[in-house]
Design a binder for this molecule. Structure first.
Ligand SMILES: [Zn+2]
Ligand SMILES: [Zn+2]
Length: 254
């Protein structure tokens, strides 16, 4: 399985519009972050988790030639806004895009992209085939995804485990029974917004502490704010097994 980090930034991305802070002014490519998303390539399938506002740019930058499914974590705009651009894959692959989302997320998609769900569709609108995510394992081809329930303040969000890889974004609370589903993962990706407390995201400290308990072989931090600090400097403060992800980072799992 290959995982490509298409975006590792929080909702505003980095640089933030009109911000002149040290991080937003940094010339290090690792300090430039599009909105959060990953591409999973496994068993011949190409799957993205979330399609935020930078989806088009991410598909171009990573030269993605095939996309089999979009899997959503939750309905916030920074995770769904780019869905319209799956049209390119509709045309190329000559089929509807398989979209996996909870019924709550589907309600938002139907509001946000109402024109894609009309009885009589305007020509050229995105063609979407919705599949409902519950708590049960589901399969995309030979790829098995286990949904894990996490909380983003009070909003339910799905994390996903695929084999020994777990991807968690937009969380700040995970119940014990859900943690059990994560245990044993060799690689964990988890959100770490900044150092100061936040109402709906793990802080750096909280993410590190949770990773110390879960003990994966390797962990990557994502959904990073410009307030976290410069990639290079914050990386030095972390245990060896934890790496701050950056856009374009690719990892291979066996
Ligand atoms: Zn988010
Ligand atoms: Zn969110």
């Amino acid at each position: 399985m290959k995982v490509t980090f298409l975006g590792t930034g929080t909702s505003q991305g980095i640089p933030v519009i009109a911000c002149n802070c040290d991080v937003c002014k940094s010339e290090n490519e690792k300090d430039k972050r599009l909105r959060v998303s990953v591409l999973i390539e496994h068993h011949g399938k190409h799957i993205v988790i979330d399609s935020g506002p930078d989806f088009r740019q991410q598909m171009l930058r990573a030269n993605v030639q095939q996309l089999d499914a979009v899997v959503f974590t939750h309905e916030h705009k920074d995770h769904i806004a780019g869905l319209d651009d799956v049209r390119a894959f509709n045309f190329k692959q000559k089929k509807d895009m398989d979209v996996y989302a909870t019924s709550q997320v589907q309600e938002s998609l139907k509001r946000e992209f109402y024109y894609a769900f009309e009885e009589k569709k305007y020509p050229g609108v995105p063609l979407l085939k919705l599949h409902t995510v519950t708590n049960d394992v589901f399969k995309i081809g030979e790829v098995s995804l286990l949904p894990i329930n996490v909380y983003h303040y009070k909003m339910p969000v799905k994390a996903y485990r695929i084999d020994n890889f777990t991807y968690i974004t937009d969380a700040n609370k995970i119940d014990e029974v859900e943690l059990e589903k994560i245990k044993g993962s060799e690689v964990i990706v988890i959100n770490a917004l900044r150092k100061e407390a936040h109402i709906s995201h793990f802080t750096l400290q909280e993410a590190v502490q949770l990773l110390m308990e879960l003990k994966p072989k390797k962990a990557y931090l994502t959904h990073v704010s410009h307030l976290l600090g410069r990639h290079e400097e914050v990386q030095k403060e972390l245990p060896d097994f934890i790496q701050i992800a950056h856009d374009g980072l690719e990892i291979t799992l066996t």
